[in-house]
Design a protein around this ligand. Structure first.
Ligand SMILES: COc1ccc(CN)cc1O
Length: 330
């Protein structure tokens, strides 16, 4: 089997991407944020208080003839940005881009935090991290990818995110039309459950490449890139008027400032993030102060290669044993 579905930016700065999925019988279509940085599949539902729903599509298990409550199971998750959700669990038919799983655990939200309520274009998350991170209790559940893996032509999914355009999530195959040159594969550390790999270094603009190991996670569910402070300060030293603002919670700069590109290494390969991806967004609509797409990871305890970096590459998440991650130009 294989599957292929669109990854559509939800706003004009690519803060997140959503992908259509269908759940149950007859099929209910929701738009989910596919997140390689977590492993819960949760949805806005008929169990979500109306006060917390602001236009999101909901999954109603009682309207699905194939839904079954997973008795006595609950879940609760908190994300790196402080957002959170919790609820109960059903199993039901689940399809992504033509690829179906019969008894997928679908976690129905009974409570979502305000940032999810205000994210009106996201109807839930589909975790593509390792199933060890799943929060369902007393028995943790498998991700869609883990459930589908055995039936896939190849145990992989690929991520092709684009700036202000629809990209794709492919399952079970590697589409040669989506990348150029070779794919560089590097090892993945599955502890504690992220797609953790080690980058071989970085360069700021046309500067020299600094060979150093940067261990971090490939995270489709995070908008920006978060790297060690030394690297980030070296970058913004090249941006006139840049400051690390406590007020705005990170590096900001005059939107008119020229930004260098940022290059990162994967093995011998080099990937360059265009300046336009790093001039992420005005701090408020119409402001002449811009927030950077590259920020310090010092407060996170982990380096994150989020959408700003993933947009610059075609990435293969290889779920073989042992798992690896592959990066190619496009
Ligand atoms: C509030 O919105 C989100 C919070 C957390 C994640 C997962 N990194 C994805 C989101 O779209």
């Amino acid at each position: 089997d294989t599957g292929s579905a669109a990854a559509v930016p939800i706003d004009d700065v690519d803060i997140a991407y959503v992908t259509p999925v269908t759940i149950g019988t007859p099929p209910q279509t929701l738009q989910l944020d596919f997140d390689t940085g977590s492993s819960d599949l949760w949805v806005f539902s008929s169990h979500t208080p109306a006060s917390q729903v602001r236009g999101q599509e909901i999954y109603s298990p009682n309207k699905s003839s194939t839904a079954k409550l997973l008795e006595g199971h609950t879940w609760s998750i908190t994300y790196g940005d402080g957002s959170a959700s919790r609820g109960n669990v059903y199993v039901d038919n689940f399809t992504v881009g033509g690829l179906s799983v019969a008894q997928q655990a679908v976690q129905t939200a009974q409570q979502v935090s305000s940032s999810f309520t205000s994210e009106t274009n996201i109807d839930g998350l589909l975790g593509l991290g390792f199933s060890t991170l799943n929060t369902v209790s007393p028995k943790s559940q498998l991700t869609f990818f883990d459930n589908a893996k055995a039936s896939l032509d190849s145990p992989v999914f690929t991520v092709d995110l684009k700036a202000q355009a629809a990209g794709t999530y492919d399952f079970g195959f590697i589409d040669k039309a989506k990348y150029t040159g070779e794919i560089t594969y590097v090892p993945v550390n599955t502890n504690p459950g992220y797609w953790t790999f080690t980058s071989s270094g970085y360069a700021v603009g046309s500067g020299s490449f600094s060979s150093q190991s940067i261990t971090g996670i490939a995270d489709t569910g995070t908008s920006l890139v978060y790297l060690p402070t030394a690297i980030v300060t070296a970058y913004y030293r090249q941006v006139s008027g840049a400051t690390n603002s406590r007020n705005y919670g990170g590096y900001v700069f005059p939107c008119s400032s020229a930004l260098p590109t940022f290059t990162f290494g994967v093995g011998d390969a080099r990937f360059t993030i265009p300046s336009s991806y790093i001039s992420y967004s005005p701090i408020a609509p119409g402001s002449s102060t811009c927030f950077g797409g590259l920020q310090s990871s010092s407060g996170l305890g982990i380096n994150i290669w989020g959408d700003v970096a993933l947009k610059a590459a075609f990435v293969v998440f290889n779920g073989a044993n042992p798992p690896t991650i592959g990066w190619a130009k496009k």
